[in-house]
Ligand binder design. Structure first.
Ligand code: MN
Length: 435
């Protein structure tokens, strides 16, 4: 199956000069979509596409697009991208092709340059009205590392290799990058304490994840076969699934995560479409010998051959002191998304397999993405072994879990031979004190 087309041509350059820089996240081969308005204005938020360090306004772009591309841009003039998500892959693809054509060198720069906003002058919004949010647990490395802390002899439960495990999250507290997170209050019980107490979380953690926005979806009582799943995956962003480990540890039995997760989840503002990720498709994770094959409804030759995505996910931290001293955030994890045990297609197929309806704008997280070594772990729970092995910051400070004033910065990027590097931008947030 071929996924790439002329919009991925590495030779393409844009008349927006910053899009041609070798280190930009947003070359013309990316074209991620988001919702923005000019900072400090009372404009209605609307759709835009990131190009270099600029945003092209999709309302303005409509006038130079034609046919299906103009129709698709017309679905992006309001404060969410749900209508475009609902329109399906042919509309998404037409918009991408049209935007690629008008942003190329030789395109109508004179008509469109006035419709650019510098990203530094823009306020970004959560790009969809998210009806429902589910978080998966698809990294076998993370599941093993986390499981070891609770069950040293038996870290992976017997269902893990058969079911893309997930839990139903809270959509209302998903916020966009740069929204501070307030340290949550909650019940926690120290292992040696007899009764729990209520107060500020003392084991605040991040989770490095990929987030996915759902396209057309399925009607209640129907399901999405694996071979059709790609048509329901609109695109991806970065997700920091903030986790209060002390609250989580006390509350999670028997029904799973609840208030240890629902206080805040932060996403990057730009949705990198599945089409933009086409050059970075790789085979699904190769199950080691002895692992069971997926059941038939989670098995498909195309998905096995190209359902993986070679994305590098990075997490960095900067304490308040580091920022005061002008230091860059310190990278503390770089994780390979291609090693996730389940593909995005298997996740959405499994989610709908009982007849549960997926709807445009629904959102799911991949689960914490971790590699096999401490420098590739996607949470502090793993990196510091539950806070017991602290690491150093360049200021001489140490961290087991996160402190007030810490900023967590996530980034993601894709590189492949014969393709132009693309990135996801940033997902960042500062921790504010409880109360
Ligand atoms: Mn998570």
């Amino acid at each position: 199956m071929t996924y790439t087309n002329e919009t991925h041509d590495p030779a393409l350059k844009s008349w927006v000069a910053s899009a041609n820089a070798s280190d930009t996240d947003f070359p013309i081969q990316n074209l991620p979509l988001g919702i923005f308005r000019k900072k400090g204005s009372s404009e209605t938020p609307r759709g835009g596409v990131a190009i270099g360090d600029q945003i092209l306004d999709l309302v303005a772009a409509q006038s130079v697009l034609s046919g299906a591309a103009a129709d698709a841009a017309g679905l992006c003039t309001g404060p969410s991208l749900n209508d475009l998500m609902a329109a399906g892959p042919s509309a998404w693809s037409a918009l991408r092709k049209g935007l690629s054509e008008v942003l190329r060198e030789g395109g109508p720069a004179d008509q469109l340059s006035g419709a650019l906003t510098a990203q530094t002058d823009a306020e970004m919004f959560v790009p969809a009205e998210i009806g429902d949010y589910t978080d998966f647990y698809a990294s076998i490395n993370h599941a093993t590392n986390a499981g070891k802390m609770f069950r040293p002899d038996n870290p992976l439960l017997p269902n893990y290799k058969y079911i893309p495990i997930g839990y139903h999250g809270r959509a209302s507290s998903i916020v966009v990058s740069d929204t501070p997170v307030k340290r949550p209050l909650g019940q926690r019980k120290a292992p040696d304490a007899e009764v729990p107490t209520f107060g500020p979380c003392v084991r605040l953690d991040y989770e490095l994840e990929l987030g996915v926005f759902v396209g057309p979806g399925n009607d209640l009582g129907h399901s999405i076969p694996l071979k059709d799943a790609d048509g329901h995956l609109f695109g991806c962003c970065l997700l920091n699934d903030w986790s209060a480990r002390d609250i989580q540890a006390w509350e999670y039995v028997p029904l799973g995560p609840f208030l240890g997760k629902s206080f805040n989840s932060v996403i990057s503002p730009w949705i990198v479409t599945l089409e933009a990720l086409a050059p970075f498709r790789v085979p699904a994770y190769a199950r080691p010998e002895g692992d069971p094959q997926p059941l038939d409804y989670l098995k498909d030759a195309d998905d096995a051959a190209s359902g993986g995505l070679d994305i590098q996910l990075e997490v960095c931290v900067a304490s308040a002191k580091m920022r005061e001293q002008g230091m860059e955030p310190l990278r503390i994890g770089l994780a390979p998304f291609k090693d996730m045990y389940w593909t995005l297609a298997q996740m959405i197929t499994h989610h709908s397999s009982n007849g549960c309806n997926m709807q445009p704008g629904d959102f799911f997280g991949s689960g914490t993405c971790s590699g096999t070594t401490p420098d590739s772990y996607g949470s502090l729970l793993e990196k510091t072994l539950g806070g017991s092995q602290k690491f150093d910051l360049p200021t001489g400070e140490t961290r087991g879990f996160l402190e007030d004033g810490d900023e967590v910065v996530m980034r993601g990027f894709c590189e492949a031979p014969g393709a132009v590097r693309i990135g996801f931008g940033e997902c960042r947030a500062v921790i504010e004190p409880a109360g």
